[in-house]
Each structure stands twice: as C-alpha cells, then as structure tokens.
Design a protein. Structure first.
Length: 173
C-alpha cells in the first residue's frame, strides 16, 4: 500500500478547496463535474484513478494506484424509501446516487468541497503562499524542511528563492 499512500498524500497536498455555486436548499456545494474538473488532472499526475460502482443498494468507491494496483475503497448505502417533493422514484434515486457519489469520493480523497459550518461557525482556512513560507524560515534546517514540504511544482517554482535564502542564511550563521 506504500505506493498508493505516497501518491494519495501527494495528491492531497496539491488539491485545492473546491467551491462551486450549485445551490441546494439554503446552501451551495460543488457538483460532480466541478469536482472532476479539479481532481482528474491531479489524480492522473500522481498515478491515481477511481471508479464508482452501483451494487444493489449501495455505491462502492474505489481509489487505486495505476501502476501497483493497490487500492482503498468505501461502500455507502443508498437510502431507501425516500420521497422528495415533486420527484418520482427514479428522480429520487438519481438525486441520491449523485449525492452519495459526491460525498463518498470527497470523503475517500479527503476533499474539502463545501463550507464547514459544523461546531458553531464557519472555519476559515489561512493559506500561506510558498514564497512566504520560505521567507519566514529562520535557519537552514527550517528552510530545508519547508522546501521539502512543498509540492513538486512549487519546489520547481521556488528553487531560485530557496537558493537565495540559503545563501543569505549561510551568511548570517
């Protein structure tokens, strides 16, 4: 499982918060096309894929490592005997299926796809851009730690700054 977990960890560092203006009853959410548009290129670049299978009264979501075949999966039951206003039973099933697919995939990949309003208020994420992370380093060890924690793309973009800061920190020690 080490191939899968390494690729999944890299994916999770690269994937942004996914917001979409699809409106529900008093809330907004990211629909499946919005989620797929963001995650598919990142999954591909990390050697990952996924599939979602309907099985009787549930949906099985599988995330797999393309080369090794390692996989993790989750099975979520589709609620039965649900009625929704102005929808026939097939529309209700379609709605429930889309909902389960969206949330089971988001859960398995640890995606943030909506505003977190649990526990008494919206959580705000503070994002520090890579250059600021590097500039805050006080010594070479910290600089190396922060740099290795960046995604591969960020490392490529930040290498000149890292080298400049490294020279500066070497001179001050």
């Amino acid at each position: 499982m080490k191939n899968l977990f390494k690729a999944l960890a890299n994916f999770q560092q690269e994937v942004p918060v996914i917001h979409k203006g699809t409106k529900g009853y008093g809330y907004t959410y990211a629909d499946l096309p919005a989620i797929f548009a963001v995650i598919n290129p990142l999954l591909r670049s990390n050697g990952l894929g996924f599939t979602q299978l309907m099985e009787s009264k549930s949906i099985r979501t599988i995330v797999f490592h393309v080369e090794s075949g390692e996989r993790i999966e989750s099975v979520t039951d589709i609620p039965q005997n649900v009625t929704l206003a102005k929808m026939n039973e097939f529309q209700v099933l379609g709605s429930a299926t889309s909902y389960i697919r969206r949330y089971s995939l988001s859960s398995l990949l640890c995606l943030v796809t909506d505003k977190d309003t649990d526990a008494g208020g919206e959580q705000k994420q503070v994002i520090i851009i890579p250059s600021e992370k590097l500039k805050r380093c006080k010594n070479l060890k910290e600089l190396q730690s922060v740099y290795t924690g960046l995604t591969r793309t960020e490392q490529t973009q930040m290498e000149p700054l890292k080298n400049q800061l490294k020279t500066s920190l070497n001179g001050s020690q």
